[in-house]
Design a protein around this ligand. Sequence first.
Ligand SMILES: [Zn+2]
Length: 68
Amino acid sequence: MSCDHDLDAEYLHPGDVDILEFHEENDELHVKLALPCPECSEALELDAKVESVEEGDFELPLSDELYD
Ligand SMILES: [Zn+2]
């Protein structure tokens, strides 16, 4: 079974996503995400490059409520 659905931000929810790992490629920070395809529920791995890092406006430690 394979999935070639285009991922639509409208159907992606932070609560459905797990962070698998951080890693570096060419001195750039990447983050690997695990999530189910919203269309077919296939297990997907996303590799995303971190484009920017800024101070966030939230309390630490992070709570699960942030992801609801
Ligand atoms: Zn799919």
